[in-house]
Design a binder for this molecule. Structure first.
Ligand code: NAI
Ligand code: 13P
Length: 332
């Protein structure tokens, strides 16, 4: 069904932290891996030292070969694309120009495309027509995967058999992949959790404490669930690894770049340098998430507040005061 065989090479597209971690995971699953990075320095570093600055201290096995040529990926059996959501279309268009279509493409990006409001599997379907799209998402820091710590994620595709084949091909004892036929549910969780993690970081940065964080996480998850329902996401998916699981991880740990970005905002850092140069996907997804919610008349006050803060329309204290002043209502 997937065309994958035991000897299929896995192509990892995206030279950053998560691409490197997923290359390692695939190699640990017994796969030969072709790792594509735009940045030639990353390719050289891997070839010469078996290391990259994105996962310091981790030695990459020989099963991982690195290249900066898209054409070199021609023999790959399935692709994993691990680039920022807002770059996904451009990268997939590049793949479409360089290679024939038809092989599965797994998105590892967590976000919504700003210009179109599309989820990442929809972007892949448009940018590389004829290549079945899947999504891999769930609570998993690249550094944890790099260290071989136990991690579990969800891989979803509309075709349940494809999702199962891909999950089996990439799983190992330390990196367990559950499969699902609810890609939209998985994508909603991954995109919305980043916005929620920024909100949780802001609350902690402001010194509002753990009770406030728990309240935000619970009310934010309620928003995520309402949003997911509009897109036909299954409740079990939203309550699973890619939804609740990733909300729990990302809202709890400064290791999350989104949480750390919110923390810095709460501590008074200006928006322009609060991310410390790191990718905080939620900062790009907040406005489009809030916009789509408004269009579908889904109430998402926490996402709205994060979007307004990032747009510079409101300060963090004012935003929290606005949330606390909302009318008392039934919990659901
Ligand atoms: N780092 C992590 O722990 C996790 C990251 N993710 C997701 O993975 C995606 C990528 O994140 P990271 O790898 O962590 O980010 P990163 O910032 O470490 O790396 C991003 C990579 O994408 C490349 N890139 C950006 N635009 C490109 C373009 N137009 N063409 C080619 N390459 C381009 C950059 O050169 C860089 O190598 C994000 O959506 C993130 O939410 C998901 C789970 C965990
Ligand atoms: O998605 C992640 C963990 O599941 C990584 O979170 P950050 O992108 O916030 O670092």
């Amino acid at each position: 069904m997937s065309g994958l065989t035991a000897s299929s090479v896995i192509g990892i597209v995206g030279g950053g932290a998560y691409g490197t971690a997923l290359a390692l995971a695939a190699a640990r699953a017994g796969r030969e891996v072709l790792f594509w990075a735009r940045d030639a320095a990353i390719v050289t570093a891997i070839r010469e030292t078996r290391q990259t600055p994105h996962l310091p201290g981790v030695i990459l096995p020989e099963a991982i070969s690195a290249t900066s040529s898209l054409a070199a990926l021609s023999a790959v059996g399935a692709f994993v694309v691990a680039v920022p959501t807002q770059s996904l279309r451009q990268v997939c268009e590049g793949l479409a120009q360089a290679l024939s279509a038809g092989r599965p493409v797994i998105s590892a990006a967590k976000g919504i495309e700003q210009a179109t409001g599309l989820f990442t599997t929809q972007v892949i379907a448009q940018a590389w027509p004829g290549s079945p799209a899947a999504i891999l998402s769930g609570p998993s820091f690249a550094a944890d995967i790099g260290r071989g710590l136990p991690t579990a994620v969800t891989l979803a595709a509309q075709d349940a058999n494809l999702a199962r084949a891909l999950a089996e091909a990439l799983s190992s004892s330390a990196f367990r992949i559950y499969h699902s036929a609810d890609p939209r549910g998985v994508e909603v969780g991954g995109a919305a959790k980043n916005v929620l993690a920024i909100a949780a970081g802001i609350a902690i940065g402001l010194g509002y404490g753990e009770s406030a964080r728990a309240a935000l996480v619970a009310r934010g998850f309620s928003e995520l669930r309402r949003f997911g329902e509009v897109f036909g996401a299954q409740g079990e998916t939203l309550m699973g690894l890619s939804g609740l699981g990733d909300v729990v991880l990302s809202c709890a740990s400064p290791q999350s770049r989104n949480f750390a970005f919110g923390l810095a905002l709460g501590q008074g850092r200006p928006i322009a340098d609060a991310s410390g140069g790191k990718l905080a996907e939620g900062a790009f997804t907040a406005s489009v998430l809030a916009r789509i919610a408004r269009e579908h008349k889904v109430e998402m006050p926490i996402a709205d507040a994060v979007a307004a803060i990032i747009a510079g329309e409101i300060g963090v204290r004012e935003a929290v005061a606005g949330l606390l002043a909302r009318p008392i209502r039934a919990e659901n």
